[in-house]
Design a protein around this ligand. Sequence first.
Ligand code: GLU
Length: 304
Amino acid sequence: MTSSVAPQHVVTRFAPSPTGRLHVGHAWSALLAHDMARAAGGTFRLRIEDIDGTRSRAEHVAGIIEDLTWLGIGWDGEVVFQSRRLESYDAALERLRDMGLLYPCFCTRADIAASMSAPHGPEGPVYPATCRGLSAEERTRRIGAGEAHAWRIDMQEAVVQAGTVTWQAMSFSPLSCPQMEAQVLHKAAPLAHGDVVLARKDAPASYHLSCTLDDAAMGISHVLRGDDLLGATDVHRLLQALLALPSPAYIHHPLLVDADGRRLAKRSGSIALADLRAQGMDAAALVADLRGGRFPVGIGPASA
Ligand code: GLU
């Protein structure tokens, strides 16, 4: 089903996790979101996804700011740090708990890996819902004993409560303004993900929860991000429905890959923006190339 797009104030964002230096793929993603907002006279925001205390580093936050500044990609308003928004994540968890949708999960990674029958979903093995069946008494006892636990959503119940939900996908075209493109309504398929974690053992929220809440709080109208997160959109759309949040339109762009078809990784120093800068690369030329769909030698968008 396609529909035309009503004019609206376009708000896009770039939301990196400060777990390493940015690479050319990040620059392209940030530029696409930035240019989409600028072309529409809209707003471009920067959000630092730093709730993962074990992997996030202040030096990488500084690196992100430095790299974007070098590229000339300016953002509007204050930088949003997820680590400063924990209260809103707590409030949403409380609400979902009150709706009877969350349960504590005491499983370790090893427990889950040992479950050989675990089916695979869009993002890897699906949690076999071991802890879903624990009695209320056992949950209370184990939490009371201080046993580490995550909070998972009971996806079957969540889908019942949310009903059928759809999300708006806009086709990606790097060389034209995405809001001019037709939109397609996708039926969300969150069940395939199983009972995903919404609050981690080692972090106060999961990516799915914090990202969904922040996109709503920041008034994001169009989420432009890599198609590695295509599946996550089903979960985000479900959470929006459960929490009565607005749903942005989604545009997923292909990931940049190297000559062997491997995803660019932050650890690949050769394509880190900081290294390109150190090698004397001209930022304006790089940005002009990316805008023109020209990538550094050996790098290009993954074919669909
Ligand atoms: N923080 C995520 C990442 O660095 C991106 C999240 C998003 O754009 O939704 O991969």
